[in-house]
Design a protein around this ligand. Structure first.
Ligand code: TXE
Length: 478
């Protein structure tokens, strides 16, 4: 059985407690590896290594930082199949999807490797009096805490800009999906990343994650995960005046207007609703369809979703894999029960299923629910599973109000062929991202993140490079 160990000061080491946690394969429900059960002692050891390594890393030329980060990207690409298979067994997602995500993980490393070479700051001429320029220096040692839904993809999305900006990093992957970050640590050694520049500590959130957030020497925290955990992290980090970037949950609307290209809207909506079993913070879990096309779109969507194959995540034809953990599986099923109590009519799915050969895995049918009030809990709380609620609407003002009527504000999708309507609605939606006639079309330079309870700050491109640097104004009198 594989043992997933920590990566501290350039070495793969056991947790100092010598204790291990079980790691499950969600498609079989079986323990298939062990994870280091680390704590604050390991975080301290990582910090000692990081604080020594950081100044040298910051002073390494941008081109050398580029080279080693780009080498890591190349090594992921060389081992794409190995990484994708590991992600699938660990997370439950279909293999073809894991492969796309591993490509994206490599792309994250390469994108920010080039950012290391391109990052520049501003200079301001103050009339005839002075020249001001801004130094953007590395913060020092930073913490990155990532979730289980897109494990290596989101892990690299954080550590890459942190490293590119010259910081040393202490990173904690989710205890539900530690495998690919463990493989990643081996690649870092092979690529020649200097010792201590990146440290990966495995274990439980309330132990390792909290130790990172509480650590006096760790000056910035980048976190992606649940809103409740985000609030707890903020309450610890704020009085210590740490820089914080929080990417939290969503309750995203997907709005199909009456003039939409229906074929395209339905094809993409199947993914928007059910890709990665709905375990993507950007998934659209509230589908609103203009009443003029409601019945037609509903029937066609049901037919399209019925065709999705559920089962063996390693089978190329599988579209819906397993839910990441037993506890999350139970949470999602609990929400389906709640939806029924709230008066929802199950149009499709609504049950756990046991695919042939995977009878002990955590699988849930893609589920469409109709007839729910926009303010009920099912339409307000993040379910984060293969469950969507669908409703008709008549008026633009009405749908904008309903779409904005949640505590979340991460991403919205709209479908219309009317350019003016698209621009007007995009302006009024209170979401960090608005997709028009597409979904999950990403450009890594754009600001990524949410409003309201969906988070604080933005990732991506220069936003991430700015987050991981401390701006310093230097004013020179003329
Ligand atoms: O995530 P947690 P959970 C949502 C989704 C899900 C809910 C809870 O709705 O049902 O959050 O999921 C670490 N201090 N999202 O509880 O706990 C943890 O070890 C520091 C949305 O599984 O937020 C992991 O590495 N760290 C989301 C990371 O935080 C702590 C993705 C995220 O786990 C900690 C995942 C603590 N006290 C879930 N407690 C998205 N925005 O994409 C836990 N962690």
């Amino acid at each position: 059985m594989i043992t997933i160990q920590n990566y501290i000061n350039g070495e793969i080491v056991n947790a100092q407690s010598n204790e291990y946690l079980d790691n499950y394969n969600p498609s079989t429900g079986q323990v298939y590896s062990k994870i280091a059960n680390s704590d604050h002692v390991d975080v301290d050891a990582a910090f000692q290594a990081a604080i020594i390594a950081q100044p040298q890393w910051e002073n390494t030329s941008a081109e050398d930082r580029f080279r080693v980060m780009n080498k890591i990207a190349e090594l992921i690409e060389e081992r794409l199949d190995e990484f994708a298979k590991a992600e699938t067994l660990d997370q439950g997602k279909p293999y073809w999807l894991a492969k796309n995500e591993m490509r994206r993980a490599a792309q994250n490393m390469r994108f920010f490797a080039t950012a290391a070479m391109q990052f520049a700051s501003e200079s301001h001429a103050t009339e005839n009096k002075a020249i001001n320029y801004t130094l953007r220096q590395a913060i020092g040692v930073v913490g990155c805490i990532s979730p289980w839904n897109l494990p290596l993809y989101l892990f690299t999305w954080k550590i890459a800009p942190a490293l590119a900006a010259g910081n040393a990093v202490i990173a904690k992957p989710s205890e539900f999906t530690p495998m690919t970050s463990y493989l990643f640590s081996k690649i870092c050694i092979e690529a020649g990343l200097p010792n201590g520049v990146l440290n990966i500590i495995h274990g439980l959130g309330p132990k390792v994650g909290q130790a990172i957030v509480e650590h006096k020497g760790i000056k910035a925290i980048s976190f992606t995960g649940g809103t409740v955990t985000g609030a707890s992290i903020a309450s610890i980090a704020a009085p210590k005046f740490k820089k914080l970037s929080l990417e939290l949950g969503g309750k995203n609307p997907n709005i199909i207007f009456g003039d939409a290209d229906i074929d395209k809207a339905i094809k993409t909506t199947v993914n928007t609703s059910f890709m990665n079993q709905g375990e993507i913070c950007l998934c659209g879990s509230r589908l609103y369809i203009h009443s003029s096309i409601y019945e037609q779109v509903k029937e066609r969507l049901i037919e399209a979703v019925k065709a999705l194959k559920i089962g063996d995540p390693l089978d190329d034809s599988t579209r819906i894999g397993a839910i990441v953990s037993k506890q999350h599986f139970e949470k999602v099923l609990g929400y389906i029960e709640l939806a029924k109590q709230e008066g929802g009519k199950i149009l499709l799915g609504g049950e756990a299923i046991k695919p042939d050969g995977f009878e002990n895995g955590w699988f849930i049918q893609p589920t469409l629910i109709e007839g729910l009030d926009s303010m009920c809990r099912t339409n307000q709380e993040e379910i984060f599973g293969p469950v969507i609620s669908i409703s008709p609407f008549d008026y633009t003002d009405e749908i904008i109000e309903i779409a904005n009527g949640t505590e979340y504000g991460l991403a919205a999708t709209i479908w219309t062929e009317n350019l003016t309507l698209a621009h007007r609605v995009a302006q009024r939606l209170q979401f960090g991202i608005v997709w028009v006639n597409c979904w999950l079309l990403r450009d890594l330079r754009t600001p990524f993140g949410g409003m309201k309870n969906s988070g604080v700050g933005r990732e991506g491109g220069w936003e991430a490079m700015r987050f991981f640097t401390e701006p310093k104004n230097v004013c020179i009198a003329l």
